[in-house]
Design a binder for this molecule. Sequence first.
Ligand SMILES: Nc1ncnc2c1ncn2[C@@H]1O[C@H](COP(=O)(O)OP(=O)(O)OP(=O)(O)O)[C@@H](O)[C@H]1O
Ligand SMILES: N[C@@H](CCO)C(=O)O
Length: 316
Amino acid sequence: MSVFTTVTPAELAVWLKGYSIGELVELKGIAAGITNTNYALTTTQGKYVLTLFETLQAHELPYYVNLMAHLAHHGIACAAPIANLRDAYIDRLAGKPTVLVSWLQGEPVESPNPAQCRAMGAMLARLHGAGASYAGHMANPRGPAWWSATAAELYAFMPEADGRQLRAEVAQQARHRFTQLPSGVVHADLFRDNVLMQGERIGGFIDFYYACNDVLIYDLAVTLNDWCARDDGEIDDERAAALCAGYQSVRALNAAERQAWSLMLRAAALRFWVSRLWDWHKPQAGELTWRKDPAVFQRILTCHQARTEAAGWLTG
Ligand SMILES: Nc1ncnc2c1ncn2[C@@H]1O[C@H](COP(=O)(O)OP(=O)(O)OP(=O)(O)O)[C@@H](O)[C@H]1O
Ligand SMILES: N[C@@H](CCO)C(=O)O
């Protein structure tokens, strides 16, 4: 249940006078989601999602919210923020910063098929294209500096062999620099639960709160590791090839990106192995987070380390 902050219909009806989206018809808490409070909001004009931020502060939100507005303006399927009468996207309610966004059609898919992976790849590449004209800039807060510092605090909690594997991968990644690769705005967390699908169409991307500026193929690697991995950590060739073909139908990877691809898949697995290990071993007091299984990403990393032919997915 993810309504951490309760808002009554009466409070919301008053708050809505600050917007031009009509009168309140229905207010319903959204059960999914683990970080913020989300409400489905129906007015006489349409349907929206109201997010009350439980951890991010108002001053941290503009990069993400302006990015969503920019991408929606460019036709990318994503939640579009709605401005209030003071022309601001970020507002306040019940003591929390808020953002109101358009309601997207669709549902997350648990087991995507190749056609859905293909659609996903194409929309991701379109996001990268549209992001090129976004003026905001934010370095990746979950990049190599973060994962090396975080891993250093985790070794003591890990079985020796796992710690050795983690140390070796952190060291391996540190030997490479990717500054020559095309970079720009990345979502950086496009897991299946952050994409609403309508059959084989993308209903929209949500949850932009890890978006940042980084290497573009890192985003493709993050997406592939979640959309195309089997339970044993192996990547399903058909789904992976479809995702990459969809991406390359919009933006073809260059030679340097192809060369870096295997390492990037490992970097993307490492990032989520480390964040899940951290949440597992060091849950923060009072933090509204659920622990997800770190071993999923250890298995994916192990398979990538063993595989020499990841480039095959790029050629279909
Ligand atoms: N714009 C939208 N249109 C329709 N449904 C949405 C929209 N935004 C969010 N939802 C629904 O609300 C649920 C919770 O949203 P979300 O996953 O962003 O929660 P969160 O707690 O903010 O983030 P997270 O769980 O990733 O930490 C989603 O699973 C989705 O069903
Ligand atoms: N998508 C992440 C959680 C949010 O960053 C995970 O599954 O570990």
